[in-house]
Design a protein around this ligand. Structure first.
Ligand SMILES: Nc1ncnc2c1ncn2[C@@H]1O[C@H](COP(=O)(O)OP(=O)(O)OP(=O)(O)O)[C@@H](O)[C@H]1O
Ligand SMILES: [Mg+2]
Length: 505
């Protein structure tokens, strides 16, 4: 089997960073290659080079036996390489159909064929199992749907090589299964696929081979059948993985910090009740359509509730905007990192400090003796969360996706809030760093914060929450406590099955 693309000894450097240190890799027709590695290992850098977004400092790209230099993404696409990049490149003001065919519109007699574009988009969306109006502006879509539109866009071109950089980070279970089926079919058609994911079960599910990058070097490349998850993680981290010790379930929680009574939220059938005490970590679980997303947004003032009551530390508050929520001591880590999270023109220190509690009682300070000075504070975050960045003045946009997520979590830690809402807190974070983040969340709770974790990751909820409310079709269908908060119980309740509760009382 001859390779359709050969990467030979590719080196890439940025100021202060050697992102790729001489990587060689073959992409073979009909083969799904998993590409894994810690946050900042160099995966997206390699993909940007293959996609023509960047040129390497040295090394060669050989496509069908011929040396190539791509000066821009159009040249890479013309060579048959189609990329779903990690950071969305959609134009929010344009419709779904216009985004899918942007740059390669179908034309009729020299005129853009709007009807044809719409019809072909509808066909692609249908393949992806997505019930979406091609005329809708992308700005009105959820993060998951935007991800699907990115995928539809990559599939709409002619290609021999399909490269997907964390395509499932924002997708739900059913969407992930459909995408896997499509990936398999594409490989069966004799195309080469490169698939990046931090969900290692996906790698074992659909990849024939796996390549591991660590700190810019290829450290392993083997058939997935020859590896198991523990071995793969060891290659990624260069050490045995730590396990997260959940410890005892919080039983001596303090005062009630967040109280929600009868909150009516548009799109959710039943009014919502929730109470979270100081020191508690409470989970919200539920699939798409369960109402979980709406409730999470309502708590942050992002989706105004129509009636009901919210109290923070006993004080009634009205949440009409996220700014108001922050003022009342509720802080949220958004799931939309690029849209609502990062401030791309500011450096990492400024990004972490922007919501800092100016009274100097930031959460971090309560946990540890934190230096007053901003750059020293950032250094602290950098060490504790293993943020891979050369210095605190680096623009956040230059960080790898997972490292951006860690900076945003750092922002939440410094916010000094009473209630912390974490929406998909470890999306895009590597397996090693997840453990660090869980530990920090636990420390925050121990320091007296009321923590709410809204997540589609059942193992995550099982690992870190003391209590977990599960939603299905707009209703709370289970409240799991202590040892009953297991992955199995969360998954069963999420699909509407009855869960045996109370075995630990
Ligand atoms: N434009 C840039 N300027 C400076 N450094 C950069 C730039 N782009 C990437 N880097 C650095 O290069 C390294 C590799 O980043 P890359 O995005 O390839 O990581 P990754 O493996 O995709 O990680 P993740 O899993 O978090 O997405 C990181 O240290 C990152 O900060
Ligand atoms: Mg990346």
């Amino acid at each position: 089997m001859t390779a359709v693309v050969q990467v030979l000894d590719v080196v890439q450097e940025y100021p202060g960073v050697r992102a790729l240190k001489g990587v060689s890799l073959d992409l073979a027709p009909g083969q799904v290659l998993g590409l894994v590695g810690e946050n900042g290992a160099g995966k997206s850098t390699l993909i940007r080079i293959l996609g023509g977004i960047e040129q390497p400092v040295s090394g060669r790209l050989v496509v069908r036996g011929e040396d190539r230099t791509f000066r821009g993404s159009a040249e890479s696409q013309a060579a048959g390489i189609s990329v779903v990049s990690q950071e969305f490149r959609l134009v929010p003001q344009l419709s779904v159909a216009d985004n899918v065919f942007l740059g390669h519109e179908s034309t009729r007699a020299g005129v853009v064929d709007a009807a044809g574009t719409r019809a072909r988009t509808a066909e692609l969306l249908d393949q992806l199992g997505l019930d979406l109006d091609p005329d809708r502006p992308v700005s009105s879509l959820t993060v998951g749907d935007r991800q699907m539109v990115e995928i539809a866009r990559a599939l709409s071109r002619e290609f021999d090589v399909l490269i997907m950089d964390e395509p499932t980070a924002a997708l739900n279970g059913a969407e992930i299964l459909r995408l896997h089926a499509i990936v398999r079919r594409i490989a069966e058609q004799g195309k080469a696929v490169v698939y990046v994911s931090h969900h290692l079960d996906e790698i074992f599910e659909i990849c024939h081979d796996v390549a591991v990058l660590r700190d810019g070097s290829l450290v392993a490349h083997a058939p997935t059948a020859d590896l198991d998850e523990a071995r793969l993680v060891e290659h990624m981290l260069g050490r045995a993985p730590q396990t997260y010790e959940r410890g005892a379930v919080t039983e001596h929680a303090g005062e009630e910090r967040l109280t929600v009574r009868g909150l009516r939220v548009p799109g959710v059938a039943e009014p919502f009740d929730l109470s979270v005490r100081a020191g508690e970590i409470v989970g919200l679980a539920g699939l798409v359509g369960s109402g979980r997303a709406e409730l999470t947004r309502a708590l942050f003032g992002d989706l105004p509730a129509t009636s009901g009551e919210v109290r923070v530390d006993g004080r009634a508050v009205r949440l009409r905007s996220s700014r108001e929520a922050v003022r009342h001591g509720i802080f949220m880590l958004s799931e939309d990192r690029k849209g609502e999270g990062i401030l791309p023109h500011l450096d990492v220190t400024e990004n972490a400090m922007v919501s800092r509690d100016r009274s100097g009682l930031g959460l971090l300070r309560r946990l540890l003796p934190v230096p007053a000075d901003e750059s020293a504070q950032f250094e602290r975050l950098r060490t504790d969360m293993r943020i891979r960045v050369p210095h605190g003045r680096q623009l956040i946009g230059n960080l790898s996706g997972g490292n951006q997520q860690k900076v945003l979590l750092g922002r939440a830690l410094l916010s000094g809030c009473a209630v912390l809402l974490l929406n998909e807190p470890t999306r895009g974070v590597d397996v090693g760093a997840k453990v660090d983040i869980y530990q920090l969340v636990k420390q925050l709770a121990e320091a007296g914060v009321a923590v709410v974790v809204s997540s589609s990751d059942a193992p995550e909820l099982a690992a870190i929450t003391d209590r977990c409310a599960v939603y299905f079709a707009g209703r709370q269908v289970a409240e799991l406590h202590g040892r009953d908060v297991t992955e199995d119980n969360i998954v069963s309740a999420s699909v509407g099955q009855t869960v045996q509760e109370g075995s630990d009382v």
